[in-house]
Design a protein around this ligand. Structure first.
Ligand SMILES: [Fe+2]
Length: 416
């Protein structure tokens, strides 16, 4: 009898254990379109950073709602905000992108939040709103993070954030992923960023690789535009790709340099951006003006190119006194002398400074060359790099670091 009972329970334990294991494995290896728990949470700004916070996350195609529970970390009562959903078709099936903009938040305040549908919730995360008044702040800037894996991007991102936990937000200069229409690469990118991009906002710039398919053809960047919620103040035909926002005393203008890839769908994209940028820069009263464009208008490739971008934008950068134009694409770190047209004198000259930001992922570019207008040039072949930008009313300070913490460049511009 005892032996029978023992056998019964042993058999049952094995069955129950196998069932639990099967459920765990099923949850771990569900195709993206059947995922029920929220994942790939990211914060962005779509409104005033002092009073709003936009939160985006993903689930599979079947979802019963979008909800954010949030509270000041000093409070116990939760508020709930319902969000919107968008179905995004990917190469791994249909998924749902959830989005909520929290409004009426208090400035300079730390909030705790979780996202879900009411049944399946994320764990709790935090974010901090911007101060209401102009104050000094810092942000992180990353060059191209693209690659066939995202472990190195994760190391660069997490190392930079661990060394600079006070940063208000981060930016990525484009070519976030190598294959922009590959869901798996985006999933790896977002997963690598958890702990950072669900704690501080990430403001991305679109790169050419965001338009590439798994067959290396060009397509509309529907995963990039589907996954990020960004300010809608850009030209209508470039929604989600061209935008501007303010943080403290800085105006940020983000452009789309993918003429070669996107002209088929947006034939007037250069004229459209010229017209928009002119109005955008003319309207701002902010002390500092920074522009972000993936392809550099002054590049470090062996052959010439991108004259159309240079001709279209550099007069506007100069006329409206843009301080720095940041770019990516060439995977090197380079800082130019201040430039007017294609002329420069020395470090104290007039005109914007052009900085190419290097690489934060695993992809390198060995054929890049130092150009005459570069006062600093470094090709990060052996390890990735990142930038910190510190701003107050009197100065703008940019520093570039290797992953191992070694300083590549430091540059400061003081107010006139
Ligand atoms: Fe690129």
């Amino acid at each position: 009898m005892i032996r029978k009972l023992l056998k019964f329970f042993t058999t049952r334990k094995v069955v129950v254990g196998a069932a639990i294991l099967a459920v765990i494995l099923a949850f771990c290896f569900l195709p993206p379109s059947l995922v029920v728990f929220p994942r790939n949470i990211a914060l962005t700004f779509t409104g005033m950073p002092a009073s709003t916070q936009t939160i985006t996350w993903q689930t599979g195609r079947y979802s019963s709602g979008s909800r954010v529970e949030y509270t000041k970390v000093t409070d116990t009562l939760h508020s709930v905000r319902e969000g919107t959903t968008q179905q995004v078709a990917t190469d791994r099936g249909m998924i749902t992108v959830h989005s909520v903009q929290l409004t009426d938040l208090e400035p300079a305040t730390r909030y705790q939040y979780r996202v879900g549908d009411g049944l399946f919730w994320s764990s709790y995360h935090t974010f901090t709103t911007a101060p209401a008044k102009v104050e000094s702040f810092r942000f992180l800037l990353f060059g191209d993070s693209q690659g066939n894996s995202y472990e190195l991007w994760q190391r660069t991102l997490k190392t930079a954030y661990a060394r600079n936990p006070d940063v208000a937000f981060m930016m990525n200069i484009g070519d976030l992923v190598d294959i922009g229409l590959s869901y798996d690469q985006w999933n790896d990118w977002f997963q690598a960023g958890q702990g950072v991009i669900n704690t501080i906002p990430v403001m991305p710039v679109m790169g050419n690789h965001e338009t590439y398919t798994t067959e290396w053809k060009i397509a509309q960047p529907l995963l990039y535009t589907g996954f990020f919620r960004l300010p809608s103040n850009g030209p209508k035909d470039l929604a989600g790709k061209v935008y501007s926002f303010d943080y403290s005393n800085v105006h940020f203008s983000i452009l789309d340099s993918q003429l070669q890839e996107e002209a088929e769908w947006v034939p007037e994209m250069l004229a459209s951006q010229q017209e928009w940028l002119k109005k955008d820069l003319a309207a701002t009263k902010k002390r500092w003006k920074l522009v972000f464009i993936h392809r550099p208008v002054h590049h470090n490739r062996p052959s010439d190119g991108d004259e159309d971008l240079r001709d279209a934008f550099t007069p506007l950068f100069e006329n409206y006194h843009v301080d720095v134009v940041f770019s990516g694409h060439d995977h090197i770190y380079a800082r130019s002398y201040p430039m007017v047209g294609d002329k420069w004198t020395d470090e104290k000259g007039d005109g914007p400074v052009y900085i190419t930001t290097g690489r934060s992922g695993k992809k390198t570019f060995g054929r890049a060359l130092r150009k005459n207008w570069n006062t600093v040039y470094y090709n990060p072949m052996e390890q990735p790099n990142y930038l910190t930008v510190a701003v107050n009313n009197h100065s703008l300070k940019i520093e570039a670091f290797k992953l191992n913490g070694e300083l590549i460049d430091t540059w400061e511009k003081t107010a006139d």
